[in-house]
Design a protein around this ligand. Structure first.
Ligand SMILES: Cc1ncc(COP(=O)(O)O)c(C=O)c1O
Length: 321
């Protein structure tokens, strides 16, 4: 009998391996940082084995590459990462027995490199182009992507290429969106998510809108780097690591967002502290930005009393300085 999703006598889940525990994350109602007639729910993507929302994309990328023969048994894998896709890939590659090389901008928090190395990955740190420590720009990640492409060529490694590969979107459309609908019995009124590669926002929004086109999907961006909202970029540096790179992600779908929201570093910092101190949820800056935007949307008057807004807690606070 397959052990996948098997329950033991106490009704607790047991899995054959770590990868089977990816997904099916719980929703937690945020009743302290937000009180009001509209409900704000947080999806706990931060509690997956790699500590972030990117585990789903990592798992689907590697499993698809194995199934299609693009990745051969034992072949090395390389990826450019802000740390989270890398941690997810380190988990998946570990379980499937592939050496994994992560190229990462030096501007990402040192905790990410520590975790990646702890998971057995080789980490290649790439000097920043125009960002600052803790503030990684699009030019910084392009430099890391160039390093990944070079390593793929020189070492014959399989390049995951999260910004061009559809697996993140598919994983979120088939997984995350359906889980949200199931958890709330289909009663979802809005979804709020920040954009990095766009996998989370595009995939979940697509899945939710297929169920009900009236579900409002709100895309979140760092303040003054609101390119998706069609504004000029005033400031490339911000603290919302893993997001807001100042270019439109190649797999972006402009038909999905119903609204855009911008969040400042200061707003995210305050909410990050409040989520920890009041809700017991120690998460990263992009997760906090999502909650800031969800709360603003709850107060916007667009939604009726009792409506449900879902947002994403992207990663654990342990990944930050
Ligand atoms: C901390 C953090 N938040 C949010 C995101 C955005 O996720 P996506 O790439 O699915 O848009 C990422 C992506 O790496 C991330 O690392």
């Amino acid at each position: 009998m397959s052990m996948k999703n098997m329950l033991n006598n106490g009704g607790l889940k047991i899995y054959a391996n770590a990868l089977d525990s990816i997904g099916n994350t719980p929703l937690i109602r945020l009743g302290r940082v937000h009180t009001g007639p509209v409900n704000v729910w947080a999806k706990m993507e931060c509690i997956q084995p790699g500590g972030s929302v990117k585990d789903r994309a990592a798992k689907m990328s590697i499993e698809t590459a194995l199934q299609t023969g693009k990745l051969q048994p034992g072949q090395s894998v390389v990826e450019m990462t802000s740390g989270n896709m890398g941690a997810g890939l380190a988990v998946v590659c570990g379980v499937y027995g592939h050496p994994f090389i992560a190229t990462m901008s030096e501007g990402n928090s040192p905790q990410r490199a520590v975790m990646l190395r702890g998971l057995g990955a080789e980490v290649v740190l790439v000097p920043q182009v125009n960002g600052l420590p803790g503030q990684v720009t699009g030019d910084d990640i392009e430099a890391a992507a160039q390093a990944a492409r070079r390593i793929a060529q020189e070492q014959g490694a399989y390049y995951v290429d999260q910004f061009h590969a559809p697996h993140g979107i598919i994983a979120h459309e088939q997984g995350t969106a359906q889980e949200i609908l199931t958890a709330l019995d289909g009663s979802v009124d809005a979804f709020v998510a920040i954009v990095g590669s766009g996998g989370t926002f595009v995939g979940v929004s697509r899945g939710l809108k297929k169920h009900n086109a009236a579900i409002r999907c709100v895309a979140v961006e760092p303040k003054d780097a609101e390119i998706l909202a069609g504004k000029q970029i005033k400031k490339k540096q911000h603290m919302l690591q893993g997001t807001g790179y100042g270019f439109i992600p190649p797999l972006w779908d402009p038909s999905l967002p119903d609204a855009f929201m911008a969040v400042s570093d200061e707003e995210a910092q305050v909410m990050r502290y409040r989520l920890a101190a009041e809700e017991g949820l120690y998460v990263g800056f992009s997760a906090a930005a999502n909650v800031v935007a969800a709360v603003k949307f709850a107060h916007s008057g667009v939604l009726h009393s009792g409506a449900n807004i879902v947002t994403i807690l992207c990663d654990t606070g342990l990944k930050y300085s």
